[in-house]
Design a protein around this ligand. Structure first.
Ligand code: RP5
Length: 169
């Protein structure tokens, strides 16, 4: 199976997590996606997480919103690294999700990303950084991704005086 598994608390999280899927694809990393909930399907979640190491999974990305216990529960069930993505909510914009995921008790780590699509994207990049430690080809693709990103930023810093004048009007 794939080295990366993405577990979402609900199908409704997919519109945010598509930023992770596209970034994983861009880096040439295959991944498996499952919808499983710490609250709505706890027994199925345990069974699935227990099966992951023997199936070759090395990093778990877990996304949830609101009472976002999914990443923490998964981290308590496995020795694999768990990356948490807080999904925005209508009520609190995702601050509730962020605090639910980040405030883990000592001994059970979750690498918590930012909320929303930035966090989803970074979860893929963080998974890639972990896997690149033992995969030179992936490390090369990641370095190229970072180089392009830097080039794009640097290029945006070059303005002609005409452009600056136009942006001020
Ligand atoms: C969480 O509850 C999910 O991760 C989702 O972000 C949120 C709402 O789920 P739905 O009611 O849209 O299924 O468990």
């Amino acid at each position: 199976m794939s080295k990366v598994t993405v577990i979402m608390g609900s199908r409704s999280d997919a519109s945010i997590m598509s930023a992770a899927f596209s970034t994983l694809n861009e880096l040439g990393l295959s991944f498996e996606v499952r919808v499983l909930s710490a609250h709505r399907a706890p027994r199925a979640l345990i069974e699935y997480v227990d099966s992951l190491p023997e199936r070759g999974c090395q990093v778990i990305i877990a996304a949830a919103g609101g009472a976002a216990h999914l990443p923490g529960v998964i981290a308590g069930l496995t020795d694999l690294p768990v990356i948490g993505v807080p999904i925005p909510t209508k009520m609190m914009g995702g601050l509730d999700s962020l605090l639910s995921i980040v405030q883990m008790p000592g001994g059970v780590p979750v690498a918590t990303m930012a909320t929303d699509r930035a966090g989803a994207k970074n979860s893929a990049l963080y998974a890639a950084r972990i896997l690149a430690l033992a995969d030179d080809e992936l490390a090369g693709r990641l370095a190229e991704y970072n180089r392009k990103q830097t080039d794009n930023v640097v290029r945006q810093q070059i303005f002609g005086s005409d452009e600056i004048a136009a942006s001020e009007t």
